[in-house]
Design a binder for this molecule. Structure first.
Ligand SMILES: Nc1ncnc2c1ncn2[C@@H]1O[C@H](COP(=O)(O)OP(=O)(O)OP(=O)(O)O)[C@@H](O)[C@H]1O
Length: 435
């Protein structure tokens, strides 16, 4: 980091990207006056993933088998395993998360209390991701389709109420089916390649990014995605998602007063809605042939996701195997990077699924220990960037001058400080030169 967090105004000038035909520069965790007032104190600060559990009601199949509900939410954040089966006495019986929702909670409540804050950070230039994780037929798609709808309605409402800024929205959508990435907005089913971009991380090559005209246009795009996604029937779910789906909304905004100005700065961030395919036991889904092959790809990528989350929950030491699945490669930022993340883990309350539910809770328990560090993403024109860097160089020069005056009889630490400031200044000058 070039500048310490102490100034809270600017830190790393991280990279340059091309956008809308012009060369622009990205300040990694810079919080300008404009964005600071919008986004508050979020720049680059470490924050735990927000984890919620949603317990669905027993379904007709479970009731028909006289299955019973083994789980109960005893408070807004604690879930207990009620069964007194002797072989389970050694296992933990109570689990605590940011929020737990019982069978009577509606999706609107789940959205409001488990996802809204994270979702809305996208309009302030902060990347965000909302996941649904859980075994097959536990309610991921049911939850995510509602959460997505409510989040988008709130984003449109925010835009309507903030007319002093101009917003540009773009939408893209992929599914990962049998470990192949496919564009859900394209009629071409050919798999897309993943590329490593030195500045943006993993990107999906040739992905369609559709500018959004209005609410109806967005609904049309959703219908296209819904029609294209791989769905199949299994013994546990008539409409089982056979792929991981990632819907991405990118939001760019700038103050209308600054439009056309040379020193334009734009806030830009993406919000991912991730409906994972569900883990499944072939013995429970009775899968064969295509379904069995899909199930094994799903389980393998979820295993990698679980490993990544488990390793991240223990800190960032050692190798994190993001590259072992397309899912974790694409979601690397959401799993411990520059994003705010909320995970909603869905569960069946049925005794016959107790083991799978415990696995889900194990995943959720690790996820709540994982930290991300979301930053406000500001894109600046070259002119604005040069001005910003020049101001910073002047500030450093002032600091160096003050240090030089007070360094008679100086200590080793003062010498080190000066060397660090000089290095910082040289780097900034280099950036001005190359921008
Ligand atoms: N909280 C809930 N309340 C009422 N019904 C629910 C709830 N959650 C899920 N359901 C119903 O349960 C069924 C399975 O849900 P859903 O398809 O969302 O599961 P899933 O976890 O996405 O499954 P898969 O991994 O197989 O795609 C659907 O018929 C859905 O309407």
């Amino acid at each position: 980091m070039l500048l310490g967090k102490t100034t809270k105004k600017m830190s790393v000038v991280s990279s340059t990207v091309r956008g809308r035909g012009e060369r622009r520069s990205v300040l990694g965790s810079w919080v300008g006056e404009e964005s600071a007032s919008m986004a508050g104190d979020v720049a680059g600060e470490s924050e735990k993933i927000h984890v919620a559990i949603r317990l669905r009601p027993l379904n007709d199949k479970e009731k028909a088998k006289n299955d019973v509900s083994d789980w109960e939410c005893i408070s807004s954040n604690t879930l207990i395993f009620k069964s007194s089966m002797p072989d389970r006495s050694m296992l933990p019986a109570a689990f605590t998360f940011d929020r737990v929702f019982g069978p009577d909670s509606g999706t609107k409540q789940v959205y409001e209390e488990a996802a809204k804050e994270v979702a809305l950070s996208v309009v302030t230039g902060v990347n965000a991701s909302i996941f649904a994780y859980g075994q097959t037929s536990s309610g991921k798609t049911y939850t995510m389709s509602g959460v997505t709808k409510y989040a988008l309605a709130d984003i449109f409402d925010y835009i309507y109420k903030n007319q002093e800024r101009e917003f540009v929205l773009k939408f893209s959508a992929i599914e990962i089916y049998n470990e192949a990435v496919r564009d859900l907005l394209s009629s071409d089913p050919s798999p897309l390649r993943l590329l490593d971009d030195p500045e943006r991380g993993t990107v999906v090559d040739k992905l369609i990014e559709e500018p959004i005209e209005d609410w109806n246009h967005l609904q049309e795009l959703f219908s296209i995605c819904e029609a294209q996604r791989h769905i199949g029937e299994t013994a546990l779910n008539e409409f089982s998602s056979r792929s991981h789906q990632i819907l991405r909304l990118t939001v760019e905004s700038c103050a209308r007063d600054n439009l056309g100005a040379e020193n334009l700065s734009t806030l830009t961030a993406s919000l991912n809605f991730i409906d994972l395919a569900g883990s499944e036991r072939a013995s429970q889904t009775w899968s064969t042939g295509t379904r069995l092959k899909e199930g094994s790809h799903i389980n393998r990528s979820l295993l990698t996701l679980g490993t990544v989350i488990r390793k991240l929950s223990k800190g960032r030491n050692g190798h994190i195997p993001y590259r072992e699945s397309k899912l974790t490669r694409i979601l690397q930022n959401s799993l411990g990077g520059n994003a705010k993340t909320a995970i909603i883990c869905t569960m069946s309350p049925a005794r016959c699924h107790a083991e799978q539910s415990r696995n889900t809770l194990g995943f959720a328990s690790c996820a709540k220990e994982v930290s991300t560090s979301a930053q406000v993403n500001v894109v600046m024109t070259d002119k604005a960037l040069v001005k910003q860097l020049q101001r910073e160089i002047s500030r450093l020069e002032g600091q160096l001058e003050r240090q030089a005056k007070s360094s008679f009889g100086g200590t080793v630490s003062k010498t080190n400080d000066t060397a660090a400031l000089l290095r910082e200044k040289d780097l900034l000058i280099e950036q001005v030169y190359y921008s």
